[in-house]
Structures are given as C-alpha cells and as structure tokens.
Design a protein around this ligand. Structure first.
Ligand code: NAD
Ligand code: MG
Length: 314
C-alpha cells in the first residue's frame, strides 16, 4: 500500500510535532490535507493499519493539570477519537480505563503505554458492547481498578455504510443501535451509581445526527437518539451534580472510516468538503472532551459541542 504519497502523509503525522494544541497556529494548515488511498479493513479496523496514520496526540497534546487525579472510563478508547481522549485525559492528570473489542488489543496496548508514560494508571477492559453481561459490569470493573469513577466517555460506535435500505439487514440495524445507543443506557445506568457529585458524562454523537448521509441511515438515527438522550439525562442528573454533555465530530480520520464506514471510493476526498478543507485528526477533538470533563465547564449541561471543521450545525 505504501507509495510516495502515503509515505509523505505518514511522516507528517508520525513525527514528533514541533507544536502542540496550545501553540498559536493556522487551523487550515495545522494538519496536511490527506488523500487516503482506497483501502479496506474488516470491522472494527486498527489504527495501526491505517494509511496515512492518524494523530491521537502522542506527540501533540500538552496537558496543564485540568483533570488532576480524576478517574475516567472511555469506551472505544483504543483508537481514533477515544484514544485521543484517553491520551489527553492522562496528560491532564487523570487515571484512565479503556473499553474496546478484544480484536483491538494491538491498538489498546499502544494507548495503555502512552497513559502509563504520563505517570498515570491505565486499565484495559476488553469486551463486546453487544454483550449484556459486559455492558452490565464494565463501569464497576473500571471503578474497582481505578479506585472510583468520576468521568464516563460513551464514545464507542459502529458505522457501516449501506447503499440501499433494501440491503440494510435487521442484524445490522440492531447491532448499530445496540453498540451506539443501548450500550450507552446500560453503562450509564451502572456508572451513575458509582459517581460522586462533580462527575461528568460525555457522549460522542455526530454531525450525522442532523446532516445524515444517504448511506448511513441506521447510524445517523442512533446519533440523533444520542443527542436527545444527552439533553434529557442532563436535566435528570443535574440535581445530583452530575453533568452530561455531548461532542459532535465532523469527518475525522479514524479506523471507523476505512473499515466499511464510508464507500471505499469516497476515502480519497474524505473531509475535503468542510470549510477548513481537510479532515480532522483525532487529537483535535480531545480539548472539547477535556473542557466538558473538567470543572471549568461547571455551568455547561445538555450541550452538544460541534467539532467539525466549520459545517453549520443547529
Ligand atoms: P474508532 O473505530 O477508532 O472507534 C470506535 C470504537 O468503537 C472502536 O475502536 C471500538 O473499540 C468500539 N466499538 C465498536 N464496536 C464495538 C463493540 N461491539 N464492542 C465494543 N466496542 C466497540 O473510530 P472513531 O471515529 O474514533 O469513533 C469514535 C466515535 O466517534 C464513534 O461513536 C463514532 O460514531 C464517532 N464519530 C466519528 C466520526 C469520524 O468521522 N470518525 C464522526 C462523527 C462521530
Ligand atoms: Mg478501534
């Protein structure tokens, strides 16, 4: 797969950054316009096998103590946006447990070692979010291993593009709803039993919630549900001092995309239609999650923070 183009795209992403997210810089050129060659991985896809590689902040996220001694569970924390969030949380001083599928162990171990290199505790919790036994116990497992739980990031997601509703199987619709939204209900139900006042919950939704692609009707429907879940639950948990918010990414270069998340021929132009003219990198999402997780956002509840390269959103 390697050719001149991917090699230069890769090196732009892999080299220790001269800058980090706190340096004054042009958002248009902070990252190169990537042109991912047509590629396909089987679901769930690995960060390790992406061309070009994605930036999860290993060399580009600088912490400033905003989550000191917090204890977080991040679902889908092995790769993409969840990995970038896990890395940023550790850089900000938090201990972090990550949930992911057993097939993603290679990506997960990379994130675990980055968290540990920050001097923080890292906990690996492999399992399948379609398994009720796992979603019923993963929050408790995280709390037991971390010595408590005060941040939950419901971030795992399944996205498989299908051209026609006639080809969209019941099985895919059910699995997408189970991973993207039902697991969120089940994990959150357990987590809030463990969370003290001051805790924060952040759900990953999507621009697809209000701007759905014709090939993603099942996925987009779950994201609209996540927005509504977030706004309702935020009101319910506010009196308990637990804040609930959401982040809505636009096109971000993660393993979700080349593992059937997009029609394969759409990959070379991925993200170019945004006002910034390029796809986002996972680490560009991390500051939104850090803000919503930390006490500095104490009066922000039921909000959806759009991080999408400039596409207008409601
Ligand atoms: P990703 O593939 O890196 O992360 C998704 C993760 O979900 C996987 O790593 C996997 O661990 C987890 N997952 C999927 N099915 C699972 C299952 N059955 N059991 C347990 N875990 C499972 O891709 P990403 O783009 O970083 O996705 C993170 C979130 O961001 C998702 O909710 C996705 O819908 C959302 N999102 C992504 C984009 C984008 O352009 N990449 C845009 C909007 C929203
Ligand atoms: Mg993954």
């Amino acid at each position: 797969m390697a050719n001149d183009q991917t090699t230069s795209q890769d090196s732009a992403m892999d080299q220790p950054s001269r800058t980090d997210q706190l340096v004054f810089q042009d958002p248009v050129s902070r990252y190169p316009v990537i042109e991912p060659p047509e590629q396909q991985q089987s679901e769930p896809g690995l960060d390790a096998d992406m061309y070009p590689h994605a930036d999860i902040g290993e060399h580009s996220y600088r912490g400033t103590g905003r989550l000191t001694d917090r204890k977080a569970l991040v679902t889908g924390g092995d790769s993409g946006i969840g990995a970038a969030v896990a890395v940023a949380f550790a850089r900000e001083g938090a201990d972090v447990a990550i949930s992911y599928l057993p097939a993603e162990e290679e990506d997960a171990q990379r994130v675990i070692s980055i968290i540990e290199s920050c001097g923080r505790k890292a906990v690996a919790l492999p399992g399948d979010l379609t398994d009720d036994a796992y979603t019923g116990e993963v929050a408790q497992q995280a709390a037991a291993a971390l010595g408590g739980l005060d941040i939950l990031v419901n971030n795992a997601g399944k996205q498989v593009a299908v051209e026609s509703i006639e080809e969209l199987s019941d099985e895919q619709v059910e699995e997408t709803f189970k991973v993207n939204i039902q697991a969120m209900f089940r994990i959150t139900r357990q987590a809030v039993k463990l969370m003290p006042a001051g805790s924060t919950i952040i759900n990953t939704t999507s621009i697809q919630a209000y701007n759905p692609s014709p090939t993603l009707v099942d996925y987009a429907s779950t994201k609209a549900a996540i927005n509504t879940f977030t706004k309702g639950l935020a009101q319910q948990l506010a009196p308990r001092g637990i804040r609930v918010n959401a982040v809505a990414p636009g096109p971000i270069w993660t393993p979700l995309q080349p593992s059937h998340g997009q029609p394969i021929e759409a990959l070379p132009d991925f993200g170019k239609q945004t006002p910034l003219g390029r796809a986002g990198q996972p680490t560009e999402l991390a500051p939104a999650y850090v803000f919503l997780a930390s006490s500095e956002s104490s009066y922000v509840l039921g909000e959806t923070l759009n991080v999408n390269g400039g596409t207008p959103s409601p």
